[in-house]
Design a binder for this molecule. Structure first.
Ligand code: SPD
Length: 278
């Protein structure tokens, strides 16, 4: 066959797509919860796709996983007990385990197939899942959080987009459960989508977290394969403040996160500040 190009296209909104040239499909299945595909792309390497949406790629996964994990982990002075809700690929857990204070890292992922497929096809991303400190729970994360009050120093919500089963992870009731599942000085961070194409969601989530936690912050990172590239995270804290941030990282060898990036991530362009004005 000559001159045949294969392209993966994600429809990110009704009027916006991202296209990546692919060399082939590595794995494809319909799990109990969602479509799960692994494809090989030319530009970003191997890519995990759930229900047609890009979850992560070998080339840019470090940005998202480092920024979801380390901002919160460096805000808490001594994170020992950590819960990751979602994140079955293991990328956030891998970053959490880089903090020597961590005694237990629970992964609450509803879809066991995401975990298994990631172990097989994304060994780097999933590399922390075999660590003895990791407790993998194949459960509904919402329920797990409800049933574990007062247990965690840090909770990280690595959800899919706010459609289908993930909708509940973007609700005020969930943030109230997260508050209860945290210890007295606990904090949480969640991925909260693009400031360009998810403005209503960011506004609502920020207001809901502000209604539940004494402190709420929004910060940004740049993830090339996510809609518009600019990505937001919302951090709610009972006591500790993320700024001015650490003087030195407790972790070496990171590729995106640094103490300087930590501080810079909270500097928001005016149009993003406008979204979260109280
Ligand atoms: N639009 C994609 C948002 C996906 C966020 N979660 C990704 C999971 C990677 N561990």
């Amino acid at each position: 066959m000559a001159n045949i190009e294969l392209w993966f296209t994600e429809r990110q909104t009704d009027n916006l797509t991202i296209g990546l040239r692919v060399t082939g499909t590595v794995h494809s299945e319909q799990t109990r919860y969602q479509g799960l595909d692994v494809v090989e792309t030319v530009e970003y390497g191997r890519m995990l796709v759930l229900d047609g949406c890009i979850m992560t790629t070998d080339m840019d996964e470090f940005v998202y996983h480092e920024m979801l994990a380390h901002v919160a982990m460096h805000t808490h002075p001594n994170p020992q007990h950590v819960l990751v809700v979602g994140g079955g690929d293991g990328g956030v857990i891998r970053e959490v385990l880089k903090h020597p204070s961590v005694e237990r890292a629970v992964l609450a992922e509803i879809d066991e197939r995401v975990i298994e497929v990631s172990k097989r096809y994304f060994p780097n991303i999933a590399s922390g899942l075999a660590d003895p400190r990791v407790d993998i729970q194949v459960v509904d994360g919402i329920r797990y959080v409800e049933e574990h009050p007062g247990e965690f120093d840090v909770i990280l919500v690595d959800s899919t987009d706010p459609v289908g089963p993930a909708v509940g992870l973007f609700s005020r009731a969930f943030y109230q459960s997260v508050f209860r599942a945290l210890r007295d000085d606990g904090l949480f961070a969640a991925q909260t989508e693009s400031p360009f194409v998810n403005q209503d969601l960011i506004r609502r989530v920020f207001a809901d977290v502000r209604a539940v936690f004494p402190q709420v912050y929004l910060y940004l990172a740049y993830v090339p394969t996510y809609p518009t590239g600019m990505w937001s995270f919302t951090l709610g804290s009972k006591r500790h403040q993320p700024l001015p941030g650490p003087q030195a990282a407790r972790t070496a060898g990171l590729r995106y996160y640094s103490p300087e990036v930590h501080r810079a991530a909270f500097v928001l362009p005016p149009f993003v500040q406008e979204l979260i004005r109280g």
